[in-house]
Design a protein around this ligand. Structure first.
Ligand SMILES: C[S@@+](CC[C@H](N)C(=O)[O-])C[C@H]1O[C@@H](n2cnc3c(N)ncnc32)[C@H](O)[C@@H]1O
Length: 617
């Protein structure tokens, strides 16, 4: 039945990379009383280089002629007083949900170090990526020169060679004698290296490089503390590029910098600040965060915690695909295209802090503004009603022992808010630690999550950090059971727990992710695969006593044919959602879901036929 290899190494997409920008892992909330499709950001925009929108409309790619060639004719670049440049739907044009608004090859991208062995450096697929014909890869082979990057085929290696050539020389040297202690530079340094070498190859006087130069730099606004990581990154990049200012005379350093297109260290730092402000999380077709990418065109898009578009890589990169910006809902004339730069499953305070620290702005989006409405209960920081069967959510009191009332069923009960707030903080700490341990020590990561989870059960499934912990736990359980042989007795309970986590995650996601968000489609498929996995004995949900999940989180799941029917239902939901979040066909995950559904339908009809035959006899 379903293979779990593809799920095994999946990394939770709670956060972007160290230098991340608009990310597919981001999401938004649909408050119960308001449909996201009716929401749009206020637009106080003005045409670039033009006093009136009318003039702008007649000028495609208004900024400078010849730039942003991939911007479709129905979109415009405009400037707003508060957000700088952004991308808008032209007057007189509209766009349907699921439209691929932008399809562009990133200027550069790089896998994070733990993923170098697991994914093809060119197309991003891993040997278990997908069942889709044309996208099946059987193995990865390392580049025989540098032994650092891997490819799925000669075609992918050839495709990447122009970008890998210089990198290959440097990575090979780093592996040589005397360099053992230096280690592999991080993905940001390697992506920057690719960008710098490509500039050298293509020339500084090209539209390609001009787009890089025009990316927004926030360097002028950084304080002393914020300069530090940039200085560290600058040093690491210089080392990687073979510039060692401390060991060379200044004129030699200046010559080397100039040779790479930088007139001074300040110019280099500015370049790094642009990268910091504009880079994206690189994700696989199923949204696993695996590195960093840079696309000056896609980076023009402003942020909203209530996005109307997402950045995805539906079929990988290289020869197989491109970065795509997909409209999550119908867009009207004049609408600004907005993605989220972070995971909007985070509560407002965390989102505001992250955006301020990394992008230096105070978010005034409608979701952030709604927090001030005393009647609104944010599903990210809510408790669930204790009344059996009630789905009401209740705002968590700040402190003390408080009496709260459910707005849905009217029942009231006492809450030890101080303890709950303490457990939430404990949970956030445990989540961060478990996140960092998920690959190196998954058993410890699981222990950490489990030790706090039982204290967080009063929270709504959508609340932070409960939802994130359940997502991480699901992944850790998949990682653990998928390496066990079928006869291992621990396998079935772990599989069951993973399926229950998947159900809880789906329930929580519904409150914080808008319809069509690709994360939900991917989660539908994940849960379907978990239900389809072979269970050696006719397992039911483990009883509270045998599960490491707290009793409140035990979800009854069907067995036998009921289980398969549930899986089919999830795949059918996925096939409706995925084309919205990944565009046409739903990307590779959509194709995977179709293949799985066909197999499952066949299996269910065989089962039905077998049962009918038995009855006839
Ligand atoms: C990736 S860039 C977006 C493109 C940029 N506006 C430009 O002109 O090139 C990110 C920067 O845009 C600005 N920005 C994006 N979204 C914003 C928002 N919702 N409110 C205020 N500023 C925003 C911030 O200055 C942020 O550092």
């Amino acid at each position: 039945m379903a293979s779990f290899a593809a799920l095994k190494d999946k990394r939770r997409i709670r956060q972007g990379p160290s230098f991340a920008s608009p990310s597919a892992g981001s999401s938004t909330a649909i408050p119960a009383h308001q449909d996201a499709s009716t929401l749009s950001e206020p637009v106080e925009s003005q045409a670039v280089g033009s006093p009136s929108l009318a003039t702008e409309e007649t000028k495609p790619n208004a900024y400078e002629t010849g730039l942003y060639a991939e911007l479709p004719e129905y979109l415009d670049i405009r400037v707003s007083n508060t957000r700088g440049r952004g991308i808008y739907v032209k007057e007189g044009k509209s766009v349907n949900a699921g439209t691929s608004l932008i399809k562009v090859k990133p200027h550069a991208y790089s896998l994070s170090t733990p993923n170098l062995d697991a994914h093809c450096t060119s197309c991003l697929l891993n040997p278990q990526s997908s069942l889709s014909p044309g996208y099946q890869i059987t193995q990865l082979r390392r580049c025989t020169a540098c032994l650092s990057v891997s490819y799925c085929s000669v075609e992918c290696q050839k495709h990447d060679w122009k970008d890998h050539k210089e990198e290959c020389r440097v990575l090979k040297a780093l592996r040589g004698p005397g360099h053992q202690d230096q280690g592999m530079p991080g993905e940001a340094v390697r992506a920057l290296g690719r960008l710098v070498w490509a500039r050298k190859r293509l020339g500084g006087d090209t539209a390609w490089w001009r787009e890089v130069e025009l990316m927004q730099s926030n360097i002028e606004h950084l304080d002393h503390k914020q300069h530090e990581p940039l200085a560290m990154l600058g040093l690491a990049l210089c080392r990687y590029l073979g510039i060692s200012p401390q060991d060379s005379p200044p004129d030699q350093t200046a010559r080397k910098l100039a040779d790479l297109g930088f007139s001074s260290f300040r110019a280099l730092t500015n370049f790094l600040s642009r990268f910091q402000t504009n880079s994206f999380s690189l994700t696989t077709p199923d949204l696993t965060n695996i590195g960093v990418a840079i696309s000056p065109l896609a980076a023009l898009i402003s942020h909203s915690c209530l996005p109307n578009a997402v950045v995805v890589f539906p079929t990988g990169l290289g020869r197989r695909g491109a970065l795509e910006v997909i409209a999550l809902r119908d867009l009207q004339p004049g609408d600004e295209v907005l993605t989220s730069y972070l995971d909007v499953a985070l509560p407002r305070a965390q989102r505001q802090k992250e955006l301020k620290d990394r992008y230096l702005f105070d978010c005034t989006c409608m979701l952030c503004a709604r927090e001030r409405n005393p009647d609104w209960v944010d599903p990210r920081s809510a408790m669930r009603c204790r009344t059996e069967g009630c789905t009401g959510r209740i705002r968590i009191p700040e402190s003390g022992t408080a009496h709260v009332q459910c707005n849905t069923c009217g029942s009231s009960f006492a809450v030890d808010a101080s303890s709950l707030q303490q457990y939430i903080q404990l949970g956030i700490g445990a989540l961060e630690k478990a996140d960092s341990l998920q690959f190196s020590d998954p058993a410890k990561a699981r222990y950490l999550v489990n030790s706090v989870l039982r204290h967080l059960t009063p929270l709504a499934r959508s609340a932070y950090p409960l939802l994130s912990m359940l997502q991480l736990l699901q992944q850790l359980l998949i990682t653990t059971f998928s390496v066990l042989p079928p006869e291992n007795q621990e396998r079935d309970p772990l599989l069951q727990e993973a399926a229950m986590c998947a159900a809880l995650v789906l329930a929580g996601m519904d409150d914080v992710y808008p319809p069509g968000h690709p994360s939900k489609g991917v989660q539908f498929v994940t849960m379907a695969k978990l239900l389809m996995a072979e269970i050696s004995n006719s397992a039911t949900a483990p009883s509270p006593g045998t599960s490491s999940l707290p009793a409140d989180l035990i979800v009854p799941l069907p067995t036998g044919i009921g289980r398969l029917r549930m899986a089919l239902e999830l795949l059918s939901k996925a096939s409706k959602e995925l084309p919205l979040g990944f565009g046409k066909d739903g990307g590779l995950v959509g194709k995977d879901a179709t293949v799985l559904a066909v197999g499952l339908e066949r299996e269910i009809s065989m089962w039905n036929a077998f049962r009918t035959n038995k009855q006839i006899r």
